[in-house]
Design a protein around this ligand. Structure first.
Ligand SMILES: [Zn+2]
Ligand SMILES: [Zn+2]
Length: 382
């Protein structure tokens, strides 16, 4: 039993007056235990917590010696202040209660013990070395920096050790003391109605250390929000929306645990001319209908290089993609992707007299060849 337990009103928990007899206490406990037993509540966490509370209360007040100490401590401190001197350990075998009484002789103790031990956060895991959490952040890169790779400054805000007490939680000049209730293990073996179980120490909350003079900056928690700036290298060829993992740059570990990883989600600002498709760059190149029909040599821009000439053969369909090797993005394997140039016919909005006349001549010259004939024929067939 920890000092804090004196603040709890065990009689209220059990719904009996302070003057209740041992028989009255046992009767009250039997009724409550049946009502809140985990098996009867389909694993409800609330019922389980309630069950633990009433069992804890019963363990103390059903034991004559512990009840006397509890009553004395409460009358002395009014149930509000934590006594520092009197800390009786939980008496082994105190408050034995046979659960087979309640449920007709089935070995329920093991079942309940299993449920409690299986709870997340149980078992004093907090006292062991713990890896820091993974942290995620975002950054924006220009189109060019995404292709070349860049070193970026990332400002990370997160919980870290308190800078005043360096994470100990103790006031400057003092140190935390080994917890007297669990002797630094962070765990307490408890005898809960006839079966033993181990749970995080209540006095030190599983830490194994207690702070008597808390650090005024963090109120003894040893943790504080802080921000730090790190330099991170974003590799060449990163795509928009990609997540880059930077090992060991996440939240610091606890109790000697490793730091977590940092994940940087990269946003790439679009380029006005070029797009990305994996390791290839894309570009749309305007052409005229005569250029596609008659063939032409057209200039195609490249990213950060001189324009290249692409030969368009006669009769090239609109939307045709031309591949310019070696003008893309350097991939993970070191090879360069291609520039994919898509030709797109531009329809003139403002024709001069000569051009209009030439196009009208073209219409007359190509009369009878209906470009929709095939489409209409196939639509009828389907
Ligand atoms: Zn502090
Ligand atoms: Zn402890």
């Amino acid at each position: 039993m920890s000092a804090k337990d004196y603040q709890k009103d065990y009689y209220k928990t059990l719904g009996v007056p302070k003057t209740a007899t041992a028989a009255e206490i046992k009767k009250a406990y039997r009724e409550l235990a049946r009502k809140y037993h985990p098996d009867a509540n389909k694993g409800s966490a609330d019922a389980e917590d309630r069950f633990k509370e009433i069992t804890e209360a019963y363990n103390v007040v059903s034991d004559e010696k512990q009840r006397k100490e509890y009553d004395e401590a409460r009358s002395m401190f009014g149930g509000f202040r934590v006594p520092t001197g009197t800390r009786p350990g939980a008496g082994a075998g105190a408050g034995n209660f046979d659960f087979s009484d309640l449920f007709g002789g089935e070995g329920l103790g093991d079942v309940i013990g299993g449920i409690f031990r299986g709870r997340p956060g149980g078992g004093g895991a907090a006292s062991r070395a713990r890896r820091g959490a993974d942290v995620e952040t975002e950054t924006s890169l220009s189109f060019g920096d995404a292709i070349d790779g860049a070193t970026v400054s990332l400002r990370l805000t997160g919980e870290g050790p308190c800078p005043v007490c360096h994470g100990t939680g103790a006031k400057t000049g003092t140190v935390p003391k080994v917890c007297p209730d669990c002797h630094g293990t962070g765990q307490q073996a408890r005898n809960l109605g006839g079966f033993g179980l181990s749970e995080p120490c209540k006095t030190c909350r599983g830490r194994g250390l207690v702070v008597e003079d808390p650090c005024p900056s963090c109120s003894g928690s040893g943790r504080a929000m802080s921000s730090r700036t790190i330099q991170a290298r974003i590799p060449a060829g990163v795509a928009d929306g990609q997540r880059i993992r930077i090992p060991g740059k996440g939240a610091p570990g606890e109790h000697g645990g490793k730091a977590g990883d940092l994940y940087v989600r990269v946003h790439v600002t679009p380029h006005g001319v070029f797009g990305r498709s994996g390791d290839n760059l894309t570009v749309t190149v305007p052409v005229t209908m005569p250029e596609l029909a008659l063939g032409a040599e057209i200039k195609v821009p490249t990213h950060r290089g001189a324009a290249v000439t692409v030969r368009v053969p006669p009769g090239t369909p609109n939307g045709q993609v031309f591949r310019v090797a070696g003008r893309g993005v350097r991939g993970k394997d070191g090879t360069l992707g291609a520039l994919l140039a898509t030709v797109e016919v531009v329809v003139p909005q403002d024709l001069n007299k000569k051009a209009r006349s030439a196009l009208e001549d073209l219409r007359i010259a190509t009369e009878g060849a209906d470009p929709r004939e095939e489409l209409l024929r196939r639509a009828r067939q389907e």
